[in-house]
Design a protein around this ligand. Structure first.
Ligand SMILES: Nc1nc2c(ncn2[C@@H]2O[C@H](COP(=O)(O)OP(=O)(O)O)[C@@H](O)[C@H]2O)c(=O)[nH]1
Ligand SMILES: [Mg+2]
Length: 628
């Protein structure tokens, strides 16, 4: 099926022609028929000689009803432009053509009507000249008379060629059905109709009714008064909705698929170049599909240079990047109609001074329509789902989760994160590291997952904190080489503790001694992270090799052993022995039995008694288990 809208001045014979072609009455209202005037959209269909069905959306030509005309033309792919042989080019001929051009319709043909009343030649030449300068370009022209029927077979053939040349829309495209009529049928409930330009609607499918986003399930579908199970664009459909009260839907709302459109009141568009002397009204009426709303228009560059503009809408609309919107100023003397391409449906705020000019320059360099790479360069980061809802196809792999990143921004952020983490570490060397949330906020990233993905190479993420990956800390604490990341005062205190422990490795310094050395908990934690101390508890610290040494000593005890036996073997006090044994339990070195005795876990027992472990374990290896 194809859908074609009529266009042209009032009384030039659009409705009469549709009637002649289809045998159906496009003027649906009694008032329209009484006055002989099309007020609202009419619909009529026929089969072309080749069998293709075509639905005509008949539009009103009167200047008062241009918004209705725009609602009809908005979603259709082709137009039947009508000019009367005895009427010639008229104001609404020009206005309708400007609208078609603004919407960007590129398929159509010209019918010179009422050709029984005057020579169709002059009107045809006049119209073809104007049409050729628009998105329609060169179109075929056919002279017809709805009264005599002359030219109608030629027109049918021309329509057939037009229809054959129309592109076939993607049946998997996102559904956006602009509502052009809504009514209720007793027993069925709410029905809306519209032109589906692409995608497929199916009985049972759930859609959202924008802008409220109220869920609406398709209860039944009709196309050309016939029930159908599904319908793919381009088509006309009547949709019986479940979940929507009668009287709620209205022209300008749209049935959309969830997650496939961006509902927005803020957008950036590209305007056409305005000729010198033309000024841009600050408020215009924006039309797309069957919708219209007020838009505040803020140009972001010189008007002569086809500038970008920021639009703020009164009502939100479901939009895609690349959509064509029409801006109209009905107030101006010669009605101004501009077609604009949507560049961004979620533009960043223009808060800083000079931001508008910068945005204007940036958008000026974008192609029509912009690509995923263009949008990512602007936004830095976008979720894959957000980009899809913007209607922008994307083959870029995410950097973390479903986050897509601009490659340049991502590369420079890696360096920035390293700087930020290094700065944090040097400001506070005793800190456990930088919380990823702090790094996220500092770098202005939208998600902590991005910080985690960036923390590779120069930055490491350990125990939930970011630290400079840096060179490894000193390997031999006994020699006194201090870790580069510890302040000298702390390094000296650590050296003093290690010296204390040299003779009695398990007699951990008392709290008083730690205080005297200035080793408060943060300093102890930092030294432990640097591998210079083993922190058994907040207050009990030993040399870093104390765990291995304790395992070695305990392996020589008869298994299992009591706490007292362990304390004695380690040469320490209960103050140290009990927390140390608990530490060793947690470390999996020892196992606590129900009777409170312990034994070495097998792996550790083996590594210290097995002859092959000699080299790495003890100077008195094989004697191990039975030594004492
Ligand atoms: N003689 C003649 N009259 C026509 C022809 N087409 C339309 N008309 C008349 O022109 C008037 C306007 O036609 P209508 O279809 O309502 O115009 P619309 O406003 O463009 O839809 C009506 O009185 C029609 O009967 C034609 O081909 N020949
Ligand atoms: Mg009419």
């Amino acid at each position: 099926m194809q859908v074609i809208a009529t266009a042209g001045h009032v009384d030039h014979g659009k409705s009469a022609l549709v009637r002649a072609l289809t045998g159906m009455e496009p003027d649906r209202w009694a008032e329209e028929r009484r006055r002989g005037l099309t007020i609202d959209l009419g619909f009529a269909w026929t089969k072309l000689p080749g069998g293709e069905r075509v639905v005509f959306v008949d539009v009103p030509g009167h200047e008062r009803f241009v918004p209705n005309m725009l609602a009809g033309v908005g979603p259709v792919p082709a137009v039947l432009f009508v000019v009367a042989a005895d009427g010639g080019w008229m104001p609404q001929s020009a206005e309708h053509l400007a609208a078609i051009d603004a919407v960007g319709i590129s398929h159509g043909l010209l019918a010179v009507t009422r050709s029984d009343l005057a020579d169709p030649g002059p009107a045809a030449r006049q119209a073809l000249d104007r049409i050729s300068r628009t998105s329609l370009g060169a179109v075929p022209a056919v002279a017809v008379s709805a009264v005599t029927g002359a030219g109608l077979p030629d027109l049918r053939e021309a329509l057939e060629r037009l229809v054959a040349a129309l592109p076939v829309p993607d049946p998997a495209a996102p559904v956006r059905l602009w509502v052009d009529r809504s009514f209720s049928i007793r027993g069925s409930g709410t029905v809306v109709t519209g032109t589906l330009p692409a995608g497929t609607v199916t009985v049972g499918q759930e859609l959202l009714l924008a802008p409220s986003l109220r869920p609406a399930r398709i209860r039944g579908l009709e196309s050309m008064n016939e029930p159908v199970a599904s319908a793919a664009g381009v088509t006309r459909v009547a949709v019986n909705l479940r979940g929507v009260p009668a009287g709620f839907p209205a022209r300008g709302m749209a049935l959309v698929e969830a997650a496939r459109w961006t509902l927005t009141r803020l957008l950036d568009v590209r305007l056409p170049a305005l000729s010198p002397g033309m000024s841009l009204p600050p408020e215009m009426t924006l039309h797309i599909g069957s919708a219209r709303t007020q838009a505040r228009v803020r140009p972001l560059g010189p008007l002569a240079s086809s500038p970008a503009a920021r639009l703020t809408l009164r009502d939100p609309l479901p939009l895609h990047v690349g959509d064509r919107v029409l801006l109209r100023d009905p107030g101006s003397a010669a009605v101004m109609i501009l077609g604009a391409t949507v560049l961004d449906v979620a533009p960043p705020a223009l808060a800083r001074r000079g931001a508008a000019a910068a945005a204007g320059r940036e958008l000026a360099a974008w192609p029509d329509p912009p690509s995923a790479a263009d949008l990512l360069r602007r936004h830095g980061f976008l979720r894959a789902g957000t980009l899809a809802a913007m209607g922008v196809p994307c083959g870029i792999a995410p950097v973390a989760g479903d986050w897509l990143a601009d490659p340049d921004r991502w590369a420079s952020l890696r360096g920035r994160l390293a700087e930020v983490v290094a700065a944090h570490a040097s400001r506070d060397p005793l800190a456990i590291g930088m919380p990823p949330e702090a790094a996220r906020a500092t770098l202005g990233l939208p998600d902590r997952a991005l910080v985690e993905a960036l923390a590779r190479g120069q930055v490491k993420l350990e125990d939930g904190y970011l630290r400079p990956a840096g060179p490894p800390v000193v390997s031999d604490p006994v020699t006194g080489d201090r870790a580069p990341s510890l302040p000298p005062r702390v390094a000296a205190a650590v050296r003093a503790v290690l010296a204390d422990l040299a003779g009695a490795p398990f007699l951990a310094p008392e709290a008083g001694r730690l205080r005297e050395l200035g080793l408060e908990p943060r300093a102890i934690a930092a030294a432990a992270r640097a591998g210079l101390l083993l922190r058994v508890t907040e207050q009990i610290v030993l040399a870093p090799d104390a765990q291995a040494q304790a395992a070695r000593i305990l392996a020589r005890l008869p298994q299992p052993f009591t706490t007292a036996e362990a304390r004695q073997a380690l040469g320490t006090t209960r103050r140290v022995a009990i927390p140390l044994l608990e530490y060793l339990d947690r470390a999996g070195v020892t196992q606590r039995l129900p009777d409170d005795r312990r034994r070495l876990r097998l792996a550790h027992a083996h590594s210290f008694v097995h002859p092959r472990a000699v080299r790495v374990s003890s100077r008195k290896p094989a004697a191990g288990r039975n030594a004492r």
